[in-house]
Design a protein around this ligand. Structure first.
Ligand SMILES: O=C(O)CCC(=O)C(=O)O
Ligand SMILES: [Fe+2]
Length: 390
């Protein structure tokens, strides 16, 4: 069964709202949850990792320690030297923007609300939501405050898992651009960074990547369209969350900022910023942004932590593309044994990657962190006791 708000495209709400000058109550946050201005990352030492230097034997050690320090302090960093041509990045975001500007009926051919597979479904149950395709995020309840964005969510890897009926036909360039970016972002950004993260901790390069399922590891692309919002002070573009990923690679709108990271540790630079503050990340040009996801937090036994982040809206439209790198669904997700010992027992329970992903979407709709929602944190005392008796 599909909630009635599931079919409400924010783009149409925005168009109607600009005429009436009002914002529907479903999007309006309680006062305590409303967004606040962030500290600009440009005023701080927001780290950039240069992939060319990471691949250069003469510079790799220095760049690797920069990577490690970025991961420890920010759990996120900009990436330069990735070698992905600027015209591909610009062309892809332009094509995405063009798709979101197409007429609703055309976009809805790729809707994330589909005919139900349940036999004998009655009128209420003839349709169901599933994550792939175009539309809004999953709506479960009347109480849920809705995010001010429409999205297009597609599995891009492995190639045989692509469900092309969800891939836009217009503009015709979009498909090829997405295929090219998928290959480049995987080979030139995600793979070398995963290897470098293992090596930076002193382990073999495949300590993380070797547990993702090789060619069967999954990648999802999420294009998000944030329509111009008449009251950015009242809504979330995307509510605070961590990502369902090992690593997330983001291609941000070069012209309109909106992404904010919640610091989970103090960082130096500028006047220094303390944990618990929101930082505006934007203006990266053709650099990409990389964020640690929940699955890496689990695999690294909490050495790397997934940062909470959100998107705030503005009176200008905004488009972004996010690539989520995930294990093969059948794999078990658990701390790698290299990072577990008696002094640091496993801090998270084991579960299958697809069970985590399902739970992630339940938690996201409820506005909670999947790791907490699924009760994956092992109470430290229990873990220590278990380690000493085994
Ligand atoms: O649009 C953005 O900048 C980020 C969106 C995001 O955090 C997500 O889709 O997980
Ligand atoms: Fe995110």
């Amino acid at each position: 069964m599909v909630h009635e708000a599931q079919r409400k495209l924010v783009q149409e709400v925005a168009a109607a709202g600009s005429l009436a000058g009002a914002l529907p109550a479903k999007y309006v946050l309680r006062e305590s949850d409303r967004p606040t201005a962030g500290v600009p990352a440009t005023s701080l030492d927001f780290p950039t990792v240069d992939l060319r230097r990471l691949a250069d034997p003469a510079a790799a050690a220095e760049e690797s320690s920069k990577l490690l320090s970025a991961l420890h302090s920010w759990s996120a960093f900009a990436v330069s030297g990735h070698g992905i041509p600027g015209p591909l990045l610009d062309g892809l975001l332009a094509a995405a923007r063009e798709f979101f500007h197409r007429p609703p009926a055309e976009k809805l051919r790729h809707s994330n609300v589909v005919a139900s597979s349940a036999a004998g479904a009655d009128a209420d149950e003839r349709f169901q939501f599933q994550p792939e395709g175009y539309g809004v995020d999953r709506v479960d309840t009347d109480e849920q405050v809705l995010d001010w964005c429409d999205r297009l969510y597609l599995q891009v890897s492995p190639p045989e898992s692509r469900r092309l009926r969800f891939w836009p036909a217009h503009p015709p360039s979009l498909r090829r651009l997405l295929e090219d970016f998928t290959a480049a972002s995987g080979d030139r950004v995600a793979a070398p960074l995963l290897a470098a993260m293992g090596a930076a901790l002193g382990f073999p390069e495949d300590v993380f990547s070797g547990r993702l399922g090789g060619d069967r590891a999954a990648t999802y692309a999420r294009f998000t369209y944030y329509p111009p919002c008449p009251r950015p002070d009242l809504v979330n573009g995307v509510k605070p969350h961590t990502d369902n990923s090992v690593l997330t690679v983001l291609l941000l709108d070069p012209d309109v900022a909106g992404l904010q990271l919640l610091l989970n540790r103090d960082v130096a630079g500028g006047d220094g910023v303390t944990a618990g503050e929101w930082v505006d990340v934007g203006g990266l040009g053709h650099d990409l942004l990389v964020i640690v996801g929940d699955e890496m937090e689990i695999m690294s036994n909490g050495v790397f932590r997934a940062p909470v982040h959100r998107v705030v809206t503005s009176v200008k439209e905004r488009v972004s593309l996010v690539m989520f790198y995930l294990p093969e669904p059948e794999r078990n997700l658990e701390p790698v044994e290299e990072l577990v010992d008696e002094t640091r027992p496993a801090m998270y329970r084991k579960l299958k990657a697809d069970t985590f992903a399902d739970g992630f979407f339940d938690a996201f709709a409820a506005g909670e962190r999947a790791i907490d929602f699924l009760k994956l944190r092992v109470v430290q005392q229990d873990a220590v006791a278990a380690a000493s008796t085994s």
